[in-house]
Design a protein. Structure first.
Lengths: 300, 296
């Protein structure tokens, strides 16, 4: 496995691969890799004649800010050293074990050089998140992450990008960015990998206590159950049901978003493929998950 | 000169060129080419193996609007028909004459299967431009990325004439880390100092005489050894141009940096002065970059 730390070297190496007629498949992550990420790598392994690149800075710790704070350099340096201390070696081993070809790990400061905010991207389909105070930060961080991904596309030059359904908002926005701006990239959205108790894989799960973990399984249980309903009441009623169930299991709801799975448009009733996204906290740990509901299933 | 009309074909051809180790420079215009554009072609030729000319002629109604109308397809088809009728042949000839290697001219409907307004410019920075101008520049930036992703250029050459646009194109390449070098080419002028523009031909001889006041004023200011506050400079420009029968629409005096186009109160760093003025029925715009003494 090749480790590349410079942006220019990555660009150059990708061009070399292309000249040899190879394709490039990118799995873009924020580091702290686990089996969920490796399930994306496994999908890449099934693609013929491709080189797999795993990257580590697809989202930055700055993405939650409206404007980059004055001390953004310190934040980046701190996050980077935390990552190197806590996860880099494990991530390298995991990638090596899964036959990843390139581990792309530039320095954070090279990657996020200056707080340029003259130009950004906007998507109509993200507007309902920005318009709602519960989801505003999510909407804003989606945009920033979107820009980080574009940066990576221009560095890794992938032919295929594999993203997870786990981050469904992000995945839909990325797909839209690709078609809007003619990026020569195919986006594959991979299903969420779950433990045997249904909990979606996340690097944060390890911070849950045993009882919190037990409680947190209510998120998927509720989503799964809702996906099996034969008729759907109004969106408000569905939200109420989810809130009740998760609150009973001592979870705190951050937000629930019920929208079209293809376009993220807000819905009044479930009459097309719909995604229910739930963001919660158990103890101090964020647990989020989503499920896609196909109302056509009922007719079949 | 090769002519390519399909986005996929363009991409494949570029990839082939890259395999042969050749570099590509793109000159993106809105068509209706003149010698000013060809100065960009010459710079492109000096800097790359293959020069691609890429005219995207779009009707004002779409490129200046903040929201696309429902019947946008009609306008796309109209823009294209108008361009083919009025300028395509001439553009092809002038490109051949200047030895452009490739003329990339995708159909408007291929380029816009649906309306796209993805790239957004912070209004805080462009608050001195009107909404339509901001919409126009956003449109240019959207088209740019579509084109960059089709042509895959190593270099793009843009004109200082459209300085706001050029600086933002440069910023965009940086923000999104495109592996592209953006060259801002100096404005080409006639002997009387007038910047070349496809609109100049609509000026009467006396209007043209008057319009030279724009560059004369800019040039004069660039030679000053000290600068008064920006408000006084603006007053001075407005007076000079009004005396020459011009109507000043706006004057923008801002930091000349690809990262910010902030307006200034005093000139203490590299600055660009942009003027939009009308003579008779014709819009004339021009700009000059000034470096006050003692700055880098």
């Amino acid at each position: 496995m090749k480790i590349i730390e410079s942006i220019e070297e990555m660009q150059e190496y990708s061009q070399q691969l292309k000249r040899k007629g190879k394709t490039i498949t990118a799995v873009e992550t924020s580091g702290y890799l686990h089996d969920g990420h490796m399930s994306l790598v496994k999908i890449a392994q099934d693609i013929e004649n491709t080189n797999i690149v795993v990257s580590t800075w697809a989202s930055s710790p700055l993405n939650i800010y409206m404007e980059w704070p004055e001390n953004y350099k310190e934040i980046l340096i701190e996050q980077e050293s935390l990552y190197i201390k806590n996860s880099l070696m494990e991530d390298l081993e995991l990638c090596q074990a899964h036959d990843v070809d390139v581990f792309f790990h530039p320095s954070m400061l090279d990657y996020y050089q200056s707080p340029i905010q003259t130009i950004t991207v906007s998507h109509d389909i993200n507007r309902h998140l920005l318009d709602n105070s519960d989801t505003f930060i999510l909407g804003k961080s989606l945009i920033n992450t979107n820009i980080s991904y574009i940066k990576e596309w221009n560095t890794i030059c992938p032919d295929i990008v594999i993203v997870g359904q786990k981050d469904i908002h992000q995945s839909v926005l990325l797909k839209k960015t690709v078609t809007d701006l003619n990026f020569p990239i195919k986006v594959i959205i991979a299903p969420t990998l779950r433990d045997s108790d249904g909990l979606a894989f996340s690097s944060r799960n390890k911070f849950l206590s045993d009882s919190e973990r037990q409680d947190a399984t209510s998120v998927y249980q509720t989503l799964h159950e809702v996906s099996r309903w034969f008729t759907y009441p109004s969106i408000e009623k569905i939200k109420e049901h989810i809130i009740d169930r998760i609150t009973n299991a001592t979870g705190n709801i951050i937000y629930i978003d019920i929208c079209c799975a293809k376009t993220l448009e807000e819905l009044d009733v479930i009459d097309k493929e719909t995604v229910i996204v739930v963001s919660t906290k158990f103890g101090e740990v964020d647990v989020w998950d989503n499920i896609i509901i196909d109302p056509e299933r009922i007719k079949r | 000169m090769k002519i390519i009309e399909s986005i996929e074909e363009m991409r494949e051809y570029s990839q082939q060129l890259k395999c042969q180790g050749k570099t590509i420079a793109a000159v993106q215009t809105v068509g209706y080419l003149h010698d000013g554009h060809m100065s960009l072609v010459n710079i492109a030729k000096e800097n790359a193996d293959v020069v691609v000319m890429n005219p995207i002629a779009m009707t004002d109604l779409l490129s200046f609007s903040t929201e696309w109308p429902k019947d946008y397809k009609k306008y796309l088809i109209e823009s294209e028909a108008q361009y083919q009728q009025q300028s395509l042949e001439k553009d092809l000839q002038i490109c051949k004459k200047y030895k452009v290697d490739l003329f990339f001219h995708p159909s408007m409907l291929d380029l816009y299967p649906y309306p796209v307004q993805t790239i957004t410019i912070s209004h805080k920075i462009l608050n001195n431009l009107n909404t339509a101008a901001t919409a126009y520049i956003s449109w240019v930036l959207d088209v740019d990325i579509k084109q960059w992703n089709s042509i895959l250029p190593d270099i793009i050459v843009v004109g200082q004439k459209d300085i706001h646009q050029s600086l933002l194109q440069k910023t965009m390449a940086t923000v999104f880390q495109f592996p592209i070098k953006v060259i801002i080419a100096p404005t080409i002028r006639d002997a009387d100092g007038m910047a070349l523009s496809s609109r100049n031909r609509f000026l009467t001889p006396s209007e043209r005489q008057d319009a030279t006041s724009v560059y004369q004023t800019l040039h004069e200011i660039s030679k000053w050894s000290t600068y008064p506050p920006v408000t006084e400079i603006k007053e001075y420009i407005t007076n000079r141009i009004s005396q020459a029968n011009g109507r000043v629409f706006y004057i923008d005096i801002c930091i000349c940096s690809s990262e910010t186009l902030e307006e200034l109160d005093v000139i203490d760093k590299e600055t660009v002065i942009v003027i939009l003025a009308r003579f008779g029925e014709v819009d004339i715009w021009d700009n000059i970059i000034i470096k006050p003494q003692g700055t880098k």
